[in-house]
Design a protein. Structure first.
Length: 253
């Protein structure tokens, strides 16, 4: 495998049997074929492991890993995959989301054009069957740390990193709620800019159940990130929270 061109894709898997094959098929259908897929089983209790093993037998670019005891959770699963990533570029794909066929090719070209370390794309909300709902979250052109505090617009399954320009240590996710958002902030706080590609290249599968409780949990998570993870003052936290709530509402209209 030539590291210079390869995209390492990290996929945490927890009880994802109904969606797993479709997610992996969206990787195998990429127009950019120089990739490896690192699937990390996070103590699944359904048929996920058997499906993962079948997929790995079908395609030698797929590698399997498992989180150990005491290492459960998406952050640990992604960190394990990231540690074993052998390519120059790193992407994340959740096991229930889907990529458009040109996702890697277009985003890689965009990352190189910008000579950037960190890129992400627009994405569309999908229903439980991953059918697009028409609700699209547009990626802004450039997101700095200060802007990102008020806009959780970077979706995990859309990101792409150049590991020759950004150290892996910055990509390891902390063990906190909303670990992905905390990770983007720690990268941007280090002085990087996240460049947004406007093309909609990912479908975020989003079942309708428990939306009210999810919203309440999101409010709690974002507030805790401001106060505990970023250690912002009460005033700064409230300021960013107000804008976060506004953008979050507009994103779902």
């Amino acid at each position: 495998m030539e590291r210079e061109e390869t995209v390492s894709i990290v996929m945490p898997v927890f009880n994802a049997a109904p969606y797993l094959r479709e997610a992996v098929e969206s990787v195998r259908n990429q127009t950019w074929q120089d990739w490896e897929l690192l699937m990390v089983d996070d103590h699944s209790r359904d048929d996920s492991r058997r499906i993962m093993e079948e997929l790995a037998r079908e395609d030698g670019r797929i590698r399997l890993f498992s989180t150990g005891e005491g290492e459960k959770g998406a952050a640990n699963a992604r960190n394990l995959g990231t540690r074993h990533a052998a390519g120059r570029y790193l992407a994340f794909l959740d096991s229930d989301d889907l990529w458009m066929a040109e996702k890697l090719e277009k985003e890689l070209a965009f990352l190189r054009q910008k000579e950037a370390a960190f890129a992400f794309t627009s994405y569309e909300f999908g229903d439980e069957a991953a059918r697009g709902t028409g609700k699209v979250v547009r990626a802004p052109q450039c997101l700095t740390y200060q802007k990102a505090l008020s806009r959780t617009v970077i979706f995990t399954s859309t990101v792409l990193f150049d590991l020759e320009k950004i150290p892996k240590e910055l990509l390891y996710m902390p063990r906190v709620a909303s670990e992905d958002t905390a990770t983007w902030w720690q990268i941007l706080r280090a002085g990087y800019c996240a460049y947004g590609l406007e093309d909609t290249l990912t479908v975020y599968r989003r079942p309708q159940k428990s939306l009210s409780s999810n919203k309440l949990a999101a409010v709690s998570r974002i507030w805790n990130l401001y106060r505990r993870q970023e250690k912002l003052s009460l005033v700064r936290s409230a300021w960013h929270f107000c804008f976060w709530a506004l953008f979050a509402t507009l994103r779902r209209i």
